[in-house]
Design a protein around this ligand. Structure first.
Ligand code: 8YV
Length: 320
């Protein structure tokens, strides 16, 4: 008998075809968002769950999962939506999908940088609303990206690809991570031991760290004050790493020129209302990995992990 997999969201056709070929897959053709109760109910008799970051596996939800469930094979690189400690205690295997989404997320990060620096939201609105009436040398003047200093907090897979792309804009790369990386990975990037040491060197700051208790509200008022005046901040990691009130205050005061955001605290429906009011923010709806190619690769990676688990092997991307 094929293992039963509960798939919580609609996945690309190629991924669902592979799921149906190799597993007894419970798909979600309507792409409904399951409540915790529904999730637990639908998991009855399932051997594993293939969820997205939209399903929250708190300790309470994990405790309620049927005993049949052996694994949570995430369709995401981030797994802050899973209480991994509780999962371990319940003997659940948890996997993620690293690497396959680094290019797409780095592309989006470049878009956030360019969009924030060149005032994409304002410009687009002007054209769409027919408010664009005139041109002058001082019209819509933005910040040049080329040749500036880019600071990256979290020099992991995505951060490293961002550095690579940013070099195409002749940017000088600075980074902070827990440890200095080998020089072939640094490729000239300048290491700073702490965010405090890094921040004064950032004309642009890109956040690519994981959301863990240690990085909660990492970018707060005190750290924003360390950035050069007029800096630009972009975030395609997780909303939790930013103190929204502090960022909004700095965007209002002019301390920061602009920000580009793809992720938010309390997304999607309850993000800080202050962002919607600001002209100098470029806002995207958590689409860092949303390319056709990457979505398929994420699904296949999650399936590779499930294949390993059900073949009695160690999955490549085990995080708990
Ligand atoms: C996904 C992400 O869109 O992989 C992640 O951690 O944040 C995004 O790339 C989403 O999480 C899919 O579940």
């Amino acid at each position: 008998m094929k293992p039963v997999i509960l798939v919580t969201r609609k996945l690309p056709d190629a991924v669902e075809q592979r799921l149906l070929r190799d597993y007894d897959a419970r798909l979600n053709p309507g792409d409904d968002l399951y409540s915790a109760d529904e999730l637990v109910k639908r998991a009855e008799g399932a051997d594993a769950i293939l969820p997205c970051h939209t399903e929250k596996f708190t300790a309470e939800v994990i405790a309620r999962l049927p005993k049949s469930v052996r694994a949570i094979a995430n369709f995401s690189v981030g797994y802050d939506h899973v209480d991994t400690k509780a999962a371990k205690e319940h003997g659940l295997i948890v996997t993620n999908t690293p690497e396959v989404l680094s290019d797409a997320t780095a592309e989006l990060t470049m878009m956030l940088m360019l969009g924030a620096a060149r005032r994409a939201s304002e410009g687009e609105r002007l054209v769409r609303t027919r408010e664009w009436k005139d041109w002058s040398p001082s019209f819509m003047v933005g910040t040049q990206v080329t040749g500036k200093r880019l600071g990256i907090i979290g020099f992991g897979r995505v951060g490293q690809v961002v550095a690579k792309r940013a070099r195409g804009f002749d940017m000088e790369i600075h980074y902070n991570d827990l440890q200095r990386l080998p020089s072939e990975i640094e490729a000239g990037a300048i290491y700073h031991k702490t965010p405090e040491e890094l921040l004064p060197h950032c004309d642009f700051l890109a956040l690519h760290c994981v959301a863990i208790p240690e990085t909660f509200r990492l970018l707060n008022a005190a750290r924003i004050a360390l950035l050069p005046d007029g800096a630009i901040v972009v975030n395609a990691s997780r909303g939790a790493v930013i103190d929204d009130d502090a960022l909004i205050a700095a965007l209002k005061s002019g301390k920061l020129t602009a920000a580009g955001l793809d992720v938010y605290n309390n997304e999607p429906t309850n993000i800080h209302p202050g962002y919607r009011e600001l002209p100098n923010v470029f806002l995207m709806p958590h689409i860092g990995s949303a390319t056709k190619e990457t979505r398929i690769a994420m699904g296949f990676r999650a399936l590779d992990n499930l294949d390993a688990i059900f073949a009695g092997k160690e999955p490549l991307d085990r995080v708990a």
